[in-house]
Design a protein around this ligand. Structure first.
Ligand code: GDP
Length: 299
């Protein structure tokens, strides 16, 4: 966890430090507050949360002042409150009645779905969990190979079908395989083409419905590329409209200083960020923690 904080600080440190410097100015005039607002919006925090935060900061600074460590304390407390609006971040990885937990991983192509499934499989295997992977992304030709490579590396079975096959039937087969093997968790990688909303809805809806003939779906994780800012938010909104998303995975946080997207996307969807991707490697996945995140901003 210390390492996570250090690594987050590397990409996100400038945001918090910039804010702190602004807030610690001798004279906090209108211009300073505007600069604070701009800094937050530039970091993808979103307009409404930014205004709320600035309002709170202004009040507290007026009442409490900013002498000594006060600016840092106020900023830390208000950022934590914003990043942590009381959402439950635990991954639901207990299947019902001896069945494997089923995790559907959804999102636009290229956001990091397959990589996330591979990394998550590795984490679970390290916890001695029996994992099965389902390669239901039959749209992108190399996706199943890529997933299988992750599976082999981690030592778990990958259930796949013919190229261009029916994603729902592959997902179903993977879950059935998981039940047969008494697996703890089945992770299903899906295709994320945003052709049309109804197309997406039909496809993901069918995948979920068909899986549910065999077992309950315990988590639907929506993967969002943190480097895509507002675009990522728009895509997230579409997915949330077509399927009941239970958690967010924010990938490529290592590639952007705009960590404010964490705040914006949770606010927008009312769903917690449960995991973050911090690189392309097998170890580059971490559970999200609000306090740790804010401390990384301020480190
Ligand atoms: P998918 O199409 O959604 O399955 O996306 P992939 O899993 O194939 O990932 C797309 C690209 O993003 C690959 O080159 C990954 O290595 C890269 N990637 C995934 N997650 C991360 C991350 O957290 N950080 C960085 N820097 N790259 C990532």
């Amino acid at each position: 966890l210390v390492r996570l904080r250090a690594r987050l600080a590397r990409s996100q440190g400038s945001l918090g430090k910039g804010l702190l410097a602004l807030l610690s100015r001798d004279t906090l005039d209108e211009e300073a507050w505007e600069d604070i607002e701009t800094t937050l919006i530039t970091a993808d925090v979103g307009v409404a949360p930014t205004q709320e935060l600035v309002e709170k900061l202004r009040t507290r600074v007026r009442v409490e002042g900013v002498s000594g460590d006060k600016a840092r304390t106020i900023l830390r407390e208000e950022l934590v409150a914003l990043v942590n609006p009381g959402l439950d971040r635990t991954l639901k990885l207990e299947g019902k009645e001896g069945q494997p937990a089923v995790v559907l991983v959804v999102g636009v192509n290229g956001t990091g779905k397959t990589t996330t499934v591979g990394k998550l499989a590795r984490v679970l295997v390290a916890e001695n969990k029996h994992v099965v992977l389902g390669a239901a992304d039959t749209f992108r030709a190399a996706a199943a190979d890529q997933l299988q490579t992750w599976g082999e590396r981690v030592g778990v079975r990958t259930v796949r079908g013919p190229e261009g096959g029916d994603p729902a039937s592959i997902a179903f087969d993977a879950v059935k395989q998981g039940i047969e093997e008494s697996a703890d968790v089945v992770l299903v990688d899906t295709a994320g083409r945003l052709h049309t909303k109804t197309g997406l809805m039909d496809e993901l809806g069918k995948v979920k419905r068909v899986i549910e003939k065999a077992a309950e779906v315990d988590e639907v994780l929506l993967v969002i590329d943190a480097t895509t800012g507002q675009n990522g938010l728009t895509q997230a909104r579409v997915f949330a409209e077509v399927i009941n998303v239970t958690g967010l995975v924010l990938t490529k946080l290592d590639g952007t200083a705009k960590g404010g997207i964490v705040i914006a996307v949770q606010r927008e969807l009312g769903v917690p960020v449960k995991l973050v991707g911090l690189g392309e490697g097998a170890d580059d996945l971490a559970p999200f923690d609000a306090e740790e995140f804010v401390d990384a901003l301020l480190d």
